[in-house]
Write a protein that binds this ligand. Structure first.
Ligand code: SIN
Length: 536
């Protein structure tokens, strides 16, 4: 019998970054209600909030969508899907117009035109930005709109998604969640469920955001046996502030003339790449690694001193503020810089509308593999992707939520745990284990990889994940346990994909890889998680 209530259910969106909030607002414009789930305060958890650079769109007079497409394909090293690149970048101007209608104030020149930034791999200035805190600029505007529409958009904060609920017809029906305030587990039902919970940079010891994502959506999708594509392509940003937690030195600084240099202020990027400081990110991050190895230095430096101080303060206020917290002044000091995990180009395999292979389940933004980024992401293409994929999936979601569901919802969730609050000792030990996993991921699956390390990582993370899945039913349900579970799952997925790719391509660089191992151009890696037998 069809479930009469289902078409009245809101769409459930896991994640309140730019992708999730954009989709909620677009659905609202189409008359559809949604619930947006956030682990912390809406909008501030995750990477969108910390995005500095901006949103790439070919709107300059000397620019064209064709050139933006060509730059994206060149950086992607043969693995982006040309049709996806054309579709997503072709809609980038529509995405900008939509953001402007929501009240986003991109920086403008004195003549009223948009001030367009420059970043590595782009042939033109095409980065729309809100000073150097574009993520905040966009999210603040979106949250204001969401609050005005609270009748149709419900924000649920401090809720951690645990697992997807799949009915007897194999359709996604919502998400089991842990309420961090009450400790209660609740099934939140959704007419459709959308994973918009970010990527996996939080599985590394150093990331460019203060609250990087731990791959919650990716791990949940993997646990219902969905394929994950190209998980080996993890982008390291060349310049995080060394010694700080999650402070990025935006690539826009190099776009305006800042240079990577050694402790004496001597620039070195021209020794490694013809495009020097504006080479694609994988090349810059590897060059820094090589330079540090050659010189034995602990970190590189970014020399921002050549920028006009008034311009620099106005254009990069967040940088000045953050540097001041660490006793640095960008007009006087060289800024210590080190690569850090930044973005995952792979993710949950989706079609051109963000639909996964499970009916009723979508993935957008960094959680998804849409075919845009290939083996390396062009700077500032990700915010574009977040808004465009929200636009493209919205129409489908509006239609598909109307289909009747007759599948039974399982009586029990797909996990068991003990129902008592965790004691401090358990929490501390789970945190320590998560830190150990991050160190190990950084060691085995970093910027430069080795074949034997990859094989070791597959063995290590597969065994650890299986052991932890067996341990989980005896642990109190707490965010630390869920985090460790997702970290281990994503670590295993990256390790298996990286081990599968028998070549160096884009972000995946294996120093002992030989030419004979080349995979055909265009071959994506696809991984499915092996279920753990919990019966024993
Ligand atoms: C940056 O500001 O350097 C980051 C921009 C991006 O990752 O797209």
């Amino acid at each position: 019998m069809p479930d009469a209530l289902s078409s009245a259910e809101p769409v459930l969106i896991v994640g309140s970054g730019i992708a999730g909030l954009s989709l909620a607002l677009m659905l609202e414009e189409a008359g559809v209600r949604s619930t947006v789930l956030s682990k912390a305060q809406t909008g501030t958890a995750g990477s969108s909030w910390y995005a500095q650079g901006g949103l790439a769109a070919a709107i300059g007079e000397d620019d064209s969508v064709e050139e933006h497409i060509a730059d994206t394909l060149a950086v992607a090293c043969g693995l982006a899907r040309p049709d996806a690149v054309e579709r997503i970048l072709g809609a980038s101007q529509a995405a900008c117009r939509w953001l402007l209608r929501q009240g986003v104030e991109f920086d403008r020149n004195p003549d009223g035109g948009f001030s367009l930034g420059m970043e590595g791999g782009h042939a033109h200035r095409r980065i729309l930005h809100c000073r150097d805190a574009t993520g905040r600029g966009i999210i603040n505007a979106l949250i204001e709109r969401v609050r005005e529409r609270s009748e149709r958009i419900r924000l649920l904060e401090h809720r951690v998604a645990i697992d997807l609920c799949i009915d007897s017809d194999d359709r996604a029906r919502g998400v089991y969640t842990l309420d961090l305030q009450s400790g209660e587990v609740e099934l939140l039902r959704g007419a459709c469920t959308v994973l918009a919970s970010g990527g996996i940079s939080g599985i590394y010891a150093h990331a460019t955001s203060v609250s990087p994502a731990h791959g919650d959506g990716i791990a949940m999708a993997a646990r219902v046996h969905l394929p994950l594509t190209n998980m080996e392509f993890v982008q390291f940003h060349p310049s995080a502030l060394h010694g700080a937690k999650g402070v990025l030195l935006s690539e826009a600084l190099r776009g305006e003339g800042a240079k990577l240099c050694d402790a004496e202020g001597v620039p070195f990027m021209h020794e490694y790449h013809e495009a020097a400081d504006l080479a694609p990110r994988d090349a810059v991050s590897r060059a820094i690694g090589r330079h540090l190895e050659r010189t034995g230095a602990e970190c590189a430096y970014l020399d921002v001193r050549g920028l006009d101080v008034e311009f620099s303060r106005r254009r990069f206020p967040y940088l000045w503020e953050e540097c001041a917290r660490y006793g640095l002044s960008p007009d006087v000091d060289l800024l210590p810089a080190i690569p850090a995990a930044h973005y995952s180009c792979g993710g949950v395999h989706v079609d051109d509308r963000g639909q996964t292979q499970i009916p009723g389940l979508y993935a957008i933004g960094e959680t998804a593999w849409s075919g845009l980024h290939g083996a390396n992401r062009l700077a500032s293409n990700s915010l574009t992707e977040c808004v465009v994929m929200a636009l493209l999936s919205c129409h489908n979601i509006v239609l598909s939520r109307l289909s009747a569901h007759s599948g039974r919802i399982p009586e029990e969730p797909p996990f068991r745990t003990v129902r008592r609050p965790p004691d401090a000792e358990v929490v501390e030990s789970l945190k320590a284990r998560s830190e150990a996993v991050r160190r190990s991921v950084t060691q085995h699956l970093g910027i430069v990889r080795r074949t034997d390390d990859l094989a070791r990582a597959v063995r290590e993370f597969s065994a650890e994940r299986a052991a932890f899945e067996r341990e989980l039913p005896d642990l109190p349900l707490c965010p630390e346990a869920l985090e460790l579970r997702n970290l281990l799952t994503c670590a295993e997925l990256v390790a298996i994909s990286a081990h599968q790719r028998r070549e160096c391509r884009g972000l995946h660089y294996v120093e002992d890889c030989t030419d004979e191992e080349l995979m055909p151009v265009g071959a994506d890696t696809k991984v499915r998680l092996t279920p753990v037998d919990l019966s024993g």
